[in-house]
Ligand binder design. Structure first.
Ligand code: PLP
Length: 407
């Protein structure tokens, strides 16, 4: 008798997005003349930068000619891309990461989900609340949690992020083995200082824990005092794995390219307490279960690091940051407390009421769709996330409508 992995039965159905869709459809049926503006989804709206499109075309053309045709590529990624990543994203920041420590993949979502295969089932996991749900659900699937009750899974250590602590996770007050951090954060848009990040690295070192650092929104960091990578801290090579993506940096959400950094000195331990090398384990996992990202896509990703690509991706991110600044100033003028929207495409608004009630108010009165905070965890009660991923015209008209609705 074929049996299922019963951990899947513990998963909460994707209530959030189906509920949003249901409420939007209901509103649209009742108000067919009202144009809806969506500030809820974390997907980009601008097309690929021209430098990437050109390199993408060239990569496709190369596949059409016998002399330049490519079959299976290196599973870790083509050296031309890994070298560009190591130079531009790390060595330029004095972060000691080599190209052979980079694993190119088709997404940070898959990587953040897959990485936990390397760890024992009975480890203790610290996870922020609110959180990008992938970290949570993939550990539920793997059987690292108990059942879902009162908005939380048993067996996890939740790190509350709320107004009292500036929406930054506090150190767990019980021993943990694996710590998820994401900066700039989805959903709150908060960032972390180098000094505070160093404290996490020191904590992981002292407690033999490992940090999974999701830097998918790194390109939005414009304040030079803020770290762009966890490897700017001392000692991170031993205790941290970093995830990056071209999705938000260069509009690759539909093109698919990302990478994970596992330094050669990054360690975990076996049951006997003996140090084990995570680079070797991830290399084994990656090369066994993944056959690489397509050549044209890697050509397009490498073009991000060309002089034109650097300028164009900066302009692209600046465009969304401009939108975020518009949302910030309008929400501030309306008297709302919030974090994010600086060095980040997301704003986390304290609505001062039930999050779904606020969502409904913005939908019915302004025709604007946001994301209710409870979809990201219990600490999201009373909050909504507003995303800057839309056209500037739509952002301006959405904010004008919100102003009329709330003013
Ligand atoms: N990590 C975070 C925090 C995200 O918000 C997202 C996408 O929204 C991802 C990872 C997924 O990135 P990718 O498109 O590379 O799978």
């Amino acid at each position: 008798m074929i049996r299922i992995n019963e951990n899947y039965l513990k998963l909460q159905s994707s209530y959030l997005f189906s509920e949003i869709a249901k409420r939007v459809a209901r509103h649209q049926d009742a108000n067919p003349e009202m144009e809806i503006i969506k500030l809820g989804i974390g997907d980009v709206t601008c097309p690929l930068p021209p430098a990437c499109v050109r390199a993408f075309h060239e990569g496709v053309d190369a596949m059409a000619v016998e002399a330049s045709f490519k079959g299976y590529g290196p599973e870790q990624g083509y050296p031309f891309l890994r070298e560009a990543i190591a130079t531009h994203d790390f060595q330029s920041r004095n972060a000691d990461i080599g190209s052979d420590e980079i694993f190119v993949s088709d997404g940070a979502k898959c990587d953040t989900g897959n990485i936990q295969e390397l760890f024992a089932t009975d480890i203790k996991i610290a996870i922020p609340d609110p959180v990008y749900p992938v970290y949570l659900d993939t550990n539920v699937m793997a059987g690292r949690t108990g059942v879902f009750k009162d908005g939380r899974y048993g067996g996890l250590v939740y790190m509350d992020c709320n107004a009292e602590n500036g929406y930054l996770p506090a150190f767990p007050d019980e021993p943990v083995d694996l710590i998820y951090l994401c900066f700039p954060n989805n959903p709150t848009g908060t960032t972390i200082s180098l000094a505070d990040l160093q404290k996490w690295v020191d904590f992981a070192k002292d407690t033999k824990a490992l940090i999974l650092f999701d830097a998918a929104y790194e390109a939005f960091v414009r304040d030079d005092r803020l770290p762009r990578t966890i490897y700017e801290t001392q000692g991170a090579r031993e205790v941290a794995i970093e995830f990056r993506s071209f999705s938000k940096t260069a509009g690759f959400t539909g093109t698919r390219c990302a990478y994970t950094v596992v330094p050669k000195s990054c360690r975990a331990f076996d049951a006997a307490g003996k140090r084990q090398d995570l680079h070797a384990l991830w290399n084994r996992r990656h090369t066994t279960k993944f056959n690489g990202v397509s050549y044209p896509v890697q050509c397009a990703a490498a073009a991000v690091y060309s002089p034109e690509g650097q300028q164009q991706t900066r302009e692209l991110v600046d465009y969304y940051l401009g939108n975020a600044a518009t949302i910030r100033s309008e929400m501030a003028a309306l008297g709302y407390a919030f974090v994010g929207g600086e060095n980040s495409p997301y704003l986390w608004i304290d609505t001062n009421r039930d999050a779904w009630a606020f969502f409904d108010l913005l939908l019915s009165k302004a025709g604007v769709v946001t994301t209710p905070g409870p979809g990201f965890g219990r600490c999201g009660e009373g909050h909504i996330r507003i995303s800057a991923f839309n056209s500037s015209e739509n952002i301006k008209s959405a904010m004008n409508r919100i102003k009329s609705a709330l003013g």
